[in-house]
Design a protein around this ligand. Structure first.
Ligand code: ZN
Length: 500
């Protein structure tokens, strides 16, 4: 190994260690930290982010990258070393534009924002959250101004989560998608009598919910020697290395489905991180490549598998054991109930069909916030107006409206579109897996998800950040991300349920 490459790897190892130490503090902040810890924790996280940024953007990193350019050209593009040099250069050129002080300031504000959001949501009081959000939006704009962008200040924010993604691309995909989605939603609305979801109402023992979720994770192939599940206000997943991945959930006594599908969703994220080649640990490459690809994994397990007949053919007896009231309910009734389509208030519990409308709403609002068209003070009203326009519902409280998601409080502005793009990708990937494994459905019916996980592992997980979204779709699918298969999938699955 050349001297420069060795030095670069050792240096990136330290950057990684600081980043992962911050991730542990962040995980703790969202799970176990008492509210009183907020101020000191935000300072600690700010300091770590600033240090890690300074270390990563040091002049010598640039010098090593320059010295390594000829070697990179000789190496196989797919090799770990060429990928490391390539991805480091991409990150380095971006991060060099941002002052360390700003990085630290955003992290401090986001940590305080997280705790303020928890309190604001708990009390359904937007005014608690408002000053934090105003600061976070201003900081995020200041951050985006560090970059050149063609159309919108929102572009660098999209690029932050999905490299290369622009406002124009998202808009053109969503504009084409929305009318056809609305058409499907209204066709289904006329046939509500086809689905009776009353079986999902009742009391569900919290311990039984927990056990059931853990059983589902086991079936999925989640390795409890290398991961664990805890409780947080908003479910999330995080990775400290490919052998230590954390997920969280949130239980509700009157609705088991929320924690269950949330668990399967976060489990999908975790499988991605657990599947990254351990050789990439400690480098910049040792994690999922982008938010869209990440959401494709979680949404694939949550919906395509987790809400499918084949999965429940196998798993329904376990649900009936956990909650004996389902012994009276036919599998088909249950299947339709968990796939009921209808307007709802909360994105993470929305059905697959209306889910897209929740995302489009957030895409429009966050753009308006960062371009200055919308003031934070007017956000709750704008939220409610759009909910009424897109879903015909007015949230009875801000907790069930503008305060439901944690993202903006974490300065994650530019993230939401990737949920819908990831959902689109999940269908393309699953169809490809089915093409290559014609007996996949019967495997799922008998509770064997190993081949699916292995396929995703080989095609996606193992590569970590070596390849971009476009490179992955090109390699795995031979085509780019497209909304068409997703629309067809929604029309088929829900057309069958609702007799369209
Ligand atoms: Zn997710």
């Amino acid at each position: 190994m050349s001297g420069e490459l060795q030095k670069l790897k050792e240096h990136l190892g330290k950057v990684n260690d600081l980043g992962k130490a911050a991730a542990v503090l962040d995980w703790d902040l969202q799970t176990y930290m008492p509210a009183g810890g907020a101020d000191t924790r935000s300072r600690q996280l700010g300091t770590l982010s600033e240090m890690s940024h300074e270390l990563f953007t040091a002049d010598e990193v640039g010098q090593w990258l320059e010295a390594l350019a000829p070697r990179e050209a000789e190496l196989d593009y797919d090799s770990d070393d060429a990928s490391l040099i390539r991805v480091t250069r991409r990150d380095y050129e971006k991060q060099r534009r941002v002052p360390a002080r700003l990085v630290g300031e955003i992290k401090r504000a986001a940590s305080l924002g997280q705790k303020a959001w928890e309190q604001a949501r708990g009390e359904s009081d937007f005014s608690i959250h408002r000053p934090h959000l105003e600061k976070l939006v201003a900081l995020r704009v200041q951050w985006a101004l560090c970059f050149d962008y063609e159309e919108s200040i929102y572009d660098p924010m999209l690029d932050d989560f999905e490299p290369g993604l622009t406002t124009a691309t998202v808009r053109s995909v969503f504009d084409a998608f929305r009318p056809r989605l609305v058409e499907l939603v209204s066709a289904i609305a006329e046939r509500q009598e086809r689905v009776d979801a009353s079986c999902l109402k009742g009391e569900f023992d919290l311990e039984a919910q927990k056990t059931l979720g853990l059983e589902a994770l086991k079936v999925m192939g989640f390795d409890f020697e290398r991961g664990r599940q805890d409780v947080s206000a908003h479910p999330f997943s995080t990775s400290f290395s490919s052998s230590d991945v954390r997920i969280t959930t949130n239980y509700h006594a009157d609705d088991f489905a929320q924690a269950f599908f949330g668990t399967v969703h976060e489990g999908g994220h975790a499988l991605y991180e657990l599947g990254v080649d351990p050789a990439l640990d400690g480098s910049l490459l040792g994690e999922g490549t982008s938010t869209t690809v990440h959401e494709s994994q979680s949404r694939l397990f949550e919906n395509i598998v987790g809400r499918s007949r084949p999965f429940w053919q196998f798993f329904y007896p376990q649900l009936q054991t956990a909650f004996p009231q389902f012994k009276q309910v036919e599998l088909e009734t249950f299947y339709r109930a968990i796939n009921q389509v209808g307007p709802s208030l909360i994105r993470i519990y929305a059905d697959e069909v209306t889910y897209g409308l929740h995302i489009i709403l957030r895409f429009e609002l966050e753009q308006a916030l960062v371009t200055g068209e919308l003031e934070v003070a007017d956000l709750p009203a704008a939220w409610n107006a759009k909910m009424e326009e897109y879903l015909g519902l007015t949230p009875p409280s801000d907790a069930q409206g503008v305060l439901q998601d944690v993202h903006w409080s974490n300065a994650y502005i530019g993230y939401f579109p990737d949920y819908l793009l990831g959902s689109m990708l999940s269908v393309q990937l699953f169809e490809k897996a089915q093409e290559e494994m014609p007996d996949l459905t019967s495997q799922i019916e008998s509770g064997r998800l190993e081949s699916l996980l292995e396929w995703l592992g080989t095609e996606i997980h193992t590569h970590g950040r070596k390849f971009t979204l476009d490179e992955l779709t090109d390699r795995v699918l031979g085509e780019s991300l497209s909304p068409e298969p997703y629309l067809r999938y929604l029309q088929e699955r829900y057309g069958e349920i609702y007799g369209l």
